[in-house]
Unconditional design. Sequence first.
Length: 315
Amino acid sequence: MGKGRGKGRDDGEACAVLGAGCCVLWLIIACSLLGTSFDVLKPTEVGIRYSEPGNAMLYDQGIYTNGRHCLAPGHKFKKFTTQLKFIDMMKKRRLACWTKDKQEVSVELGIYYQIDPKGVIKFYKKYGNKYVTVWKAMATQAIKQSTKYFDTTAFFEERNTILQNISAAITSKLSSQHVLNVSVIMGSVDIPYQFETAVTTKVVTQQAEITELMSRNYTLVLADTTLVQADAEKRVKIIEANAGAKAAIIESEANSQAEELKEQAYAESYAYIREALNFTDQQLMKYIWARGLRDQTWNSKLVVGFDGTSITTST
């Protein structure tokens, strides 16, 4: 009897221990499941509920915002940041574009953007995890479509205009993709070496042509100056010749008038002598003759002036 009672007590204790162990085990499992039922979204994040056991996105649950959320065992969030994100097209990722004059240029670009929290379900349903890749491809297409309206030189002379055009094109392209606050930065712009050499050769050739044109213009100016100077010298000589001729005429006329006045004075004085001395014409001529011979050489001619016709005699 005593042995039977002891065995029953041992079996009861074993069952109690087994039940306690099961409770502890279930408690551990429950705590583990409860721990995996929570997920956290930061203040700069939104999320879509995802079931790992069912490998499915629970779109019908809507969009979750920041905070600690109790979901279900094995449920997590597909998280999306609402902060600015960056599409890198710098350095080795630089973009090759075509210009209006059919030349290739290599442009460094960076694109900042934000996702619209209200549209995460729509674009994730459409593109899945490749939504950034799709947006980058769409931005690349917009960039290449906008650069074709500018000449190669504009990339160095009108960078701000080109940057504004690219920004507007990307914003327009992504406006229906639930993308906000698009901002574009432009880095260096490079051209192929062959094109750079061709441009340099063209510029040097144009500069040589300009220099040659300037040299020709200088020669023409010198020729025009020489012609003007020769014409001026010709005019000066003509003026000097006219002045000399006029001066000679004036001098000749003055000498003639002086001689005429002198002869008239002689005639008047001789007429006075004839009247004062009561000379006849013959006596007056002898008187004039005698005065004229006094200062004349043996072969000189003598002109005697008096009222009436002039008489020329020789000694």
